[in-house]
Design a protein around this ligand. Structure first.
Ligand code: ZN
Ligand code: ZN
Length: 208
C-alpha cells in the first residue's frame, strides 16, 4: 500500500506538511483537508503575511492534536507570523478569519467522526498503547491516512456559515532598545524599567 492523493493541491500540501510535521499520522492530513475547506469557503488563498488569522480550538496532550499542523500548513497561518492562536478547548475545530474581507468561518470535525476514530482506528489504538507515531507500522499509518484523504468532506466536517466580523488591526513594532543587563535587543513593548534603566524581562526579575 502507498499513499495515493489524486488532488494536486492536497498532494503538494501533504508532502510539505509531512516534512514539516515529522511523522506520518492521520491527524495532520485531517487538518490539511479542513484548512483547504475553510479557504475555499472564504474564497481566499493561503496567508502570505497576516491576511488570515487562525483560532484553533485544539490544546496539548490529546489525541489528534496534530490536526493543527495540517491547519497551519494549509492556511499559511503560522506561529512565527503570529496569526495562530490556540484557544485550548480540547476540540478538533477552528475559526479562520479573513481580515481583509472581514469575514470568518468555523469548521469542526464531526463529533461522531472523532469518537468513532478513538474507538475503532487501529492507528489510534497503537498510540493509546504508548507506541510513538513514527513507530506505528507503516501499513497502519498509511491505511489511516488514505482513509482521511479519501472520505467525502461532508462525512468528516461541519462547516458553519461565513459571517462578517471587524478584525483588529495587526501592526508590528520596529522599535527596540538594548537591555542594561544582557545587552540583547528588546522590542519596546517588552522593555521593563528598573531604576530608570531599560531591561529585558528575564534581566528585570519581573515575571512578565
Ligand atoms: Zn502527527
Ligand atoms: Zn537582558
Amino acid at each position: 500500500m502507498a499513499i495515493e492523493i489524486k488532488d494536486k493541491e492536497l498532494k503538494e500540501m501533504f508532502e510539505h506538511g509531512l516534512y514539516f510535521h515529522g511523522h506520518l499520522c492521520p491527524a495532520m492530513p485531517l487538518g490539511l483537508r479542513a484548512g483547504l475547506l475553510a479557504l475555499r469557503k472564504l474564497r481566499v488563498g493561503r496567508s502570505q503575511d497576516k491576511e488570515l488569522m487562525l483560532l484553533a480550538e485544539t490544546a496539548e496532550g490529546h489525541a489528534m492534536a496534530c490536526f493543527l499542523d495540517g491547519l497551519m500548513m494549509a492556511t499559511g497561518c503560522t506561529y512565527g507570523k503570529g496569526n495562530v492562536k490556540k484557544l485550548r478547548y480540547g476540540k478538533l475545530a477552528f475559526t479562520l478569519i479573513d481580515r481583509k474581507g472581514k469575514r470568518q468561518v468555523r469548521v469542526n470535525v464531526k463529533g461522531e467522526f472523532v469518537l468513532n476514530a478513538l474507538k475503532t482506528s487501529p492507528f489510534i489504538a497503537k498510540r493509546k498503547a504508548g507506541v510513538p507515531p513514527q513507530e506505528v507500522e507503516r501499513e497502519l499509518a498509511e491505511m489511516a491516512v488514505n482513509k482521511i484523504i479519501n472520505l467525502p468532506e461532508e462525512e468528516i466536517f461541519n462547516t458553519g456559515e461565513v459571517t462578517p466580523i471587524e478584525p483588529k488591526p495587526a501592526k508590528g513594532t520596529f522599535e527596540a532598545y538594548p537591555c542594561e543587563g544582557c545587552g540583547e535587543a528588546v522590542y519596546a513593548k517588552w522593555i521593563r524599567v528598573k531604576d530608570k534603566k531599560f531591561y529585558c524581562i528575564p534581566c528585570s526579575g519581573y515575571k512578565e
